[in-house]
Design a protein around this ligand. Structure first.
Ligand SMILES: Cc1cc2nc3c(=O)[nH]c(=O)nc-3n(C[C@H](O)[C@H](O)[C@H](O)COP(=O)(O)OP(=O)(O)OC[C@H]3O[C@@H](n4cnc5c(N)ncnc54)[C@H](O)[C@@H]3O)c2cc1C
Ligand code: FES
Ligand code: FES
Length: 488
């Protein structure tokens, strides 16, 4: 087991050693690491919690078909060991060795995409990731690329114009020319398991699932980290010391997405951005929910394993996964078991998962052609916001338009993601019409017991949930536009 990590920075393999005399801990964030280097102060800290994007950097890693995969991430949420076998690209690395600005920098300068400049390094890096991944992005793709980057003074129009110009130039930068050499350097770093110790933290980063399960069995209190987008906040915001960490982010087995005639199995460690293209056609309601999940930087790290691990009553992926009939795979050294997702939650952030188990996959049955599914997220902003109420619904009607089966799963309405079973039972066998839906929606109010908090009152949540059912009915009747104002 290695006690150091290695990654590429500034074209060279860089090694960081941990130990009692090191200034770095395994839970040091990449942001703090970069800020400690004299030549990498371009990266900025705004919020320290993934909301502003000022700390955006790009990570490149060996991807499929022998190409490099470029992902924007919030460096304030990434622990140093997650850099192992990756290339870390910062704003200082974009200038061509001959001194020319990178096309994305040139376009931002020419089109006046910066004023105070605080957000600019993060904007440049999000734009760089867009440039590497989307040759001719449409407006929606560009806006999505910047959903995780706040700019308070320039305004987004010149930034969007810069993106349109830079990405139209073709992806012919020095990173392309050096791709083979970069891949060779990355592949020369051994795919070791890591055991990193500092004065306060023992950090394991196993390279095989069997090893991870053995670690969890021997260290049941060890804190599991997959994408780190939740756990990192404990370090950056609460200043918690994490005594024992088991980092699953190197496990290829947990990133697999496999499909057969009946189901799609999604590894609990697959970043949500990798999941999205694989489910777009089969599960559009899940895709729609993921498209408003955090930002590009968050979805490049966040996973279903983490969303199920937090078991938050406002985890966005959860209601729609319940509605789709998802099964959760839990694994330990003694084997794996599958639990229907609706039985996975037992209370506020509690689940049936044993201390020696980890979530290894979610299995989604392919829907029959007559299954109607929808997902809804009500939040103050469309992008990068926490749900006030969310819903995942599925419905099957018979030829007389009576309800054959229905699942209504809500987030934000109880101590856990909750199916409105009384409402479902009331609707079963009844005509799917406005009168029935009106009657059913009054039962939602009785069945769910939401809380009042800074985001919304309990009353507002009850009304929103009722309106979501109405919106769902309207959509099944082709009346979507008529109720848009009721729900927003
Ligand atoms: C800026 C920002 C925006 C966000 N936006 C959204 C949003 O729109 N919607 C939303 O739902 N969430 C959002 N989140 C929360 C977070 O991104 C999600 O909960 C995400 O799914 C967590 O995944 P992760 O892999 O990063 O989890 P991690 O941080 O690695 O882990 C989260 C929790 O799950 C446990 N865990 C992780 N992996 C496993 C596993 N395989 N088995 C068992 N337990 C495990 C960990 O121990 C921890 O308790 C946001 C977070 C940030 C910082
Ligand atoms: S500092 Fe704001 S997202 Fe990292
Ligand atoms: S240029 Fe000032 S915040 Fe964007």
């Amino acid at each position: 087991m290695a006690s150091t990590i290695s990654f590429l920075l500034d074209g060279r393999t860089t090694t960081v050693e941990f130990g009692h005399s090191s200034i770095y801990s395994p839970t040091t964030t990449v942001l703090n690491y970069l800020r400690s280097l004299p030549e990498h102060k371009g990266v900025k800290e705004g919020c320290g919690q993934g909301d502003c994007g000022a700390c955006t950097v790009v990570l490149a890693e060996a991807g499929p078909a022998g190409r490099l995969l470029y992902r924007s991430v919030d460096s304030c949420l990434v622990f140093l060991p997650m850099l192992h076998r990756k290339q870390l690209i910062t704003v200082e690395n974009l200038r061509h060795p001959n001194g020319d600005l990178h096309p994305v920098q040139r376009a931002l300068v020419d089109l006046h995409g910066s004023q105070c400049g605080f957000c600019t390094p993060g904007i440049v890096m999000s734009l760089f990731a867009l440039y590497k991944n989307h040759p001719r992005p449409d407006r929606t793709t560009i806006e999505d690329a910047f959903a995780g980057n706040l700019c308070r003074c320039t305004g987004y129009q010149p930034i969007i114009a810069a993106a349109q110009r830079a990405c139209a130039e073709g992806n012919a930068d020095q990173f392309n020319k050096g791709e083979e050499a970069t891949l060779a350097l990355l592949n020369s770093i051994p795919r070791d398991s890591l055991r990193l110790e500092s004065a306060e933290t023992m950090y394991y980063r196993p390279a095989a699932l069997s090893e991870a399960l053995a670690l969890k069995a021997n260290h049941p209190a060890g804190i599991v980290v997959t994408g780190g987008t939740d756990i990192a906040l404990r370090v950056t915001k609460n200043h918690d010391v994490l005594p024992e960490v088991i980092d699953l982010s190197a496990l290829d087995e947990m990133k697999l997405i496999a499909e057969d005639a009946f189901s799609i199995s999604i590894g609990a460690g697959a970043p949500l951005n990798d999941v999205m293209p694989r489910i777009h056609d089969v599960f559009p309601s899940l895709h729609r929910m993921l498209s408003v999940f955090g930002s590009q930087q968050i979805r490049n790290m966040a996973t279903f394993g983490g969303n199920l691990g937090t078991a938050s009553p406002i985890g966005d992926a959860l209601p729609v996964l319940v509605a789709l009939g998802t099964t959760v795979e839990l694994s330990s050294i003694t084997g794996s078991r599958r639990v229907p997702m609706q039985h996975y939650f037992t209370g506020y952030r509690t689940t049936v998962r044993r201390p020696d188990e980890i979530v290894t996959a979610v299995i989604l049955p392919k829907p029959a052609s007559n299954l109607i599914t929808r997902s809804y997220k009500i939040s103050k902003r469309r992008e990068l916001d926490i749900s006030t109420v969310s819903g995942g619904f599925s419905l099957r009607l018979n030829e007389r338009r009576e309800v054959e089966s229905i699942v209504l799963a809500f987030g934000g309405m109880a101590d856990r993601v909750k199916r409105a079973e009384t409402v479902e039972n009331f609707l079963a066998g009844r005509k799917w019409n406005r009168e029935t839906v009106d009657e059913a929606s009054s039962l939602i109010e009785r069945e769910c017991n939401p809380i009042s908090d800074a985001r919304a009152s309990a009353e507002m949540r009850r009304i929103a949930a009722r309106n979501l059912l109405l919106k769902f009915w309207c959509e099944t009747e082709g009346l979507e536009a008529d109720v848009e104002s009721v729900v927003q």
